[in-house]
Design a protein around this ligand. Structure first.
Ligand code: ADP
Ligand code: MG
Length: 259
């Protein structure tokens, strides 16, 4: 089985005119087909840097970054990247916003437009196609952004804190929706989040990173009982609180290490 994502001894050094920062120090990680992996860690530990390298927006300084067994050279339609901010175009309708990826890559056909509008329906946004972004709530806009990411049919999704600007209830609903959509469409996902309980509730594995420089500190495999429950109910499963505590302790240790 070829992993969907493979990082081998990857480093990333940011060079500015004043200094060089070792942002990522020899990180290796593998994500297998259909897996949902979360990255957690203190601000500045390199989570966004890792996603940007996988997305092909940034070249690693040393080491190998592979997607589907091939060295990443640049952005690819098989990889979808969803950011914290929805970046919808205010002057375009929702329908035209979700089709933009297809448009830009010259793939927009009537059939794919229909497929995309159907995804809107699946996400509970059936009556929004002709509306504009400002007419939607934050949670709805994030769902639109998710549809836009899924429209080009990437099989790997990179999600950089997509829920962090949302209220708690909306966030819980979106977690369920994303996990269900990923499973149904057999996608692989890497989620960056600040929220430990979210990471545990949605993932197969949680990777804790430390910073200065960014390294993998510890990896937690989520037990079946929690993994198989819908994220909302995962939080009530036996062992959830203990696991939360263990992940939290690792994170806390990354802070202690620095002080
Ligand atoms: P995270 O997403 O975990 O908060 P980032 O990947 O954004 O972390 O950043 C990791 C480290 O790299 C931080 O020390 C940050 O200041 C530095 N960094 C990120 N982007 C740049 C850049 N474009 N130029 C210089 N330093 C950067
Ligand atoms: Mg970040």
């Amino acid at each position: 089985m070829v992993p969907v994502v493979e990082l081998k001894e990857v480093t990333q050094v940011y060079v500015t005119d004043r200094e060089a920062t070792l942002a990522i120090d020899r990180i290796s990680l593998t994500v297998n087909p259909g897996e949902f992996v979360s990255l957690v860690g203190p601000s500045g530990c390199g989570k966004t840097t890792i996603l940007s390298m996988i997305a092909g927006l940034l070249h690693s300084t040393t080491g190998e970054v592979k997607v589907h067994g091939t060295n990443v050279q640049g952005p690819s339609p098989t990889v979808g990247y969803m950011l914290q901010q929805d970046y919808l175009f205010p002057w375009r309708t929702i329908a035209d916003n979700v089709c933009i990826g297809l448009e830009l890559t010259g793939q927009l056909t009537a059939q794919l437009r229909d497929y995309t509008l159907q995804l809107l329906e699946e996400m509970g946004l059936s009556n929004t196609a002709q509306l504009y972004p400002h007419q939607l709530s934050g949670g709805m806009r994030q769902r639109v952004a998710l549809v836009r990411t899924l429209a080009t049919n990437p099989d790997l999704l990179l999600l950089d804190e997509p829920f962090s600007a949302l209220d708690y209830q909306t966030k819980l609903q979106l977690e369920d929706l994303i996990v269900e959509t990923m499973k149904q469409h057999q996608k692989t996902a890497i989620l960056v989040t600040h929220d430990l309980s979210e990471a545990i509730a949605v993932s197969d594995r949680v990777i804790v990173l430390e910073r200065n420089p960014g390294r993998v500190r510890k990896e937690f495999v989520i037990p079946d009982g929690i993994r198989q429950a819908q994220p909302f109910y995962a939080r009530e499963q036996e062992g959830f609180n203990q696991l939360f505590h263990n992940v939290w302790k690792e994170l806390e240790a990354t802070e202690r290490r620095e002080s």
